[in-house]
Design a protein around this ligand. Structure first.
Ligand code: PLP
Length: 485
């Protein structure tokens, strides 16, 4: 037996809860009832038990290295035969059950549903084979109603920024002029990407916390009588300020202007209605780790028929993040480069879950949680950063009250309550707190997170009437709470 098994990892007590989890995990390690009988002859129970203990302790200590080392140790022992996929499935089940859970209120990555995490542990498949083609078709078909498009969608192995870069680098040519309407860090990033590829970027300035004024956008475009703008760059949901743009109003303001409209909906898509085709948007980008509640690793890009045609003429330099290559491979059920297959398994599971529960459920849940957090913030004396008509459903940004040490609040929440929230970015660092509503969060989770925040704010000296902010938050969530009783 490998020495590791008698080392520090074996000292942990096996809790009753873990025994339960291990029974679940057995389904994976033994491959189900039929194979179990066959495997039992080869696996000595004490070895299997110790494996469980080791995995538990490794995952409890969050040690990926420990899990890997254990896997290697077991691969070479004669007493336990367990292939990599099964081992990792077991680790995933144990991880989910035994890991001290943090409540993640950061605006991505977010907590994933157990069925999504379990999908990650499926054995890998040939990414040039028929099973992958089916998976890709299922995923892109499942995404279409969420984007509100009948058009083609491609999936890229990258984070959201890669999707945005792919959009710019595939749709435009150096020297073209585009009009951008950033409302925070991520809108500015899209401008930087455009400049990197040699575009001239005219910027509509909007004060932080505000949404784009559709009339101002309309005036810029009306003045562009010679149609010099080849593109319009918009953000659906600006994560850094908790601002959502009114996309229907912006679409109306664009009207018949022929520019290619690129929309960053990385932190918006799936959480509120989005109708790309009806709004005549050309390229819409999202990412896996936000409202779709999948681990990070995938960007998804929906493209209009008109934009595909224009891309044939675009000349910006591009190799890896080329939407045209992605499309031509997607038509054969593949991706140009090796895809993150496991994240696609997870996305597949998440989309099935999303559609089973219904888009409306997702819209309502995000809106309700955001309302509850906003009500809490105002009652706690933390003024909302976003203007009244511009509140996002996926992230609530709150002004730190005078003298509040944002870093300390976040650290106390994390260390003493296992509640993780976001702070400000760039010029808003230290000035705002951000709480996301995305991911596998229940009403009780939201209340737990807010309760912890109230405790920390009171300790920080904010003059709060004990329980008052929680009362208004509970009032926003009362229907759901009543239904749960
Ligand atoms: N755009 C928005 C609105 C975002 O919220 C983010 C990430 O938070 C990005 C773009 C960048 O995405 P990624 O970090 O996945 O590259």
């Amino acid at each position: 037996m490998a020495p590791l098994l008698d080392g520090r990892f074996c000292r942990y007590r096996v809790s009753a809860e873990f025994n339960e989890r291990r029974r679940d995990a057995d389904r994976y390690t033994d491959g189900g009832p039929v194979e179990r009988t066959r495997t039992a002859a080869r696996v000595r129970i004490p070895a299997a038990m110790r494996l469980g203990i080791c995995v538990e302790s490794a995952v409890r200590s969050c040690s990926v290295i420990a899990v890997r080392t254990l896997f290697d140790a077991y691969r070479h022992t004669a007493t336990f035969t367990c292939d990599g996929a099964r081992f990792l499935a077991m680790a995933a089940v144990c991880y989910h059950g035994a890991m001290p859970k943090q409540l993640l209120f950061i605006p991505g990555p977010v907590t994933c549903a157990p069925e999504v995490l379990e999908a990650l542990a499926q054995p890998l498949i040939d990414h040039r084979g028929p099973e992958f083609a089916e998976l890709l078709t299922r995923v892109t078909t499942g995404l279409q109603p969420i984007f509100g498009t009948q058009g083609e969608i491609v999936v890229l192995g990258s984070s959201g920024t890669g999707g945005l870069e792919a959009a710019v680098a595939s749709a435009f040519s150096a020297g073209q002029r585009v009009l951008a309407a950033p409302v925070g860090v991520f809108g500015q990033r899209l401008c930087s990407i455009a400049r990197t590829f040699g575009l001239e970027v005219d910027v509509i300035e909007t004060p932080l916390g505000h949404a784009v004024d559709a009339q101002v956008l309309g005036r810029y475009l009306a003045a562009d009588t010679r149609h010099e703008y080849a593109g319009i760059l918009l953000t659906h949901n600006e994560t850094s300020t908790g601002v959502a743009n009114d996309m229907a109003a912006l679409a109306a303001a664009i009207g018949n202007h022929p520019a290619t409209v690129v929309v960053d909906s990385v932190s918006g898509l799936g959480a509120s209605p989005f109708t790309m085709d009806a709004w005549n948007f050309d390229i819409v980008v999202t990412a896996s780790q936000k409202a779709l509640a999948v681990p990070p690793g995938l960007a998804m890009v929906a493209v209009s028929a008109r934009a595909w045609e224009r891309m044939a003429l675009a000349t910006a330099p591009n190799f890896y993040l080329d939407l045209r290559k992605a499309r031509s491979f997607a038509r054969q059920g593949q991706t140009p480069w090796t895809p993150p297959v496991s994240i696609l398994f997870a996305l597949d599971a998440a989309l099935q879950r999303y559609h089973r529960r219904g888009a409306e459920q997702s819209y309502e849940r995000h809106a309700r949680y955001a309302r509850a957090i906003r009500a809490f913030a105002e009652a706690a004396g933390l003024a909302l950063f976003s203007r009244p008509a511009a509140h996002s459903a996926t992230v609530v940004a709150m002004n730190a009250a005078a003298g509040l040490d944002v870093a300390k609040v976040r650290a106390e929440l994390r260390e003493e309550h296992a509640v993780v929230i976001g702070g400000g970015q760039a010029e808003l660092k230290g000035k705002i707190l951000r709480m996301g509503t995305m991911g596998e969060l229940s009403t009780v989770d939201v209340l737990r997170g807010l309760e912890a925040l109230e405790t920390v704010l009171r300790r920080a000296g904010l003059p709060l009437e004990a329980g008052a902010p929680m009362r208004v938050a509970r009032a926003e969530l009362r229907e759901e709470l009543a239904a749960a009783r």
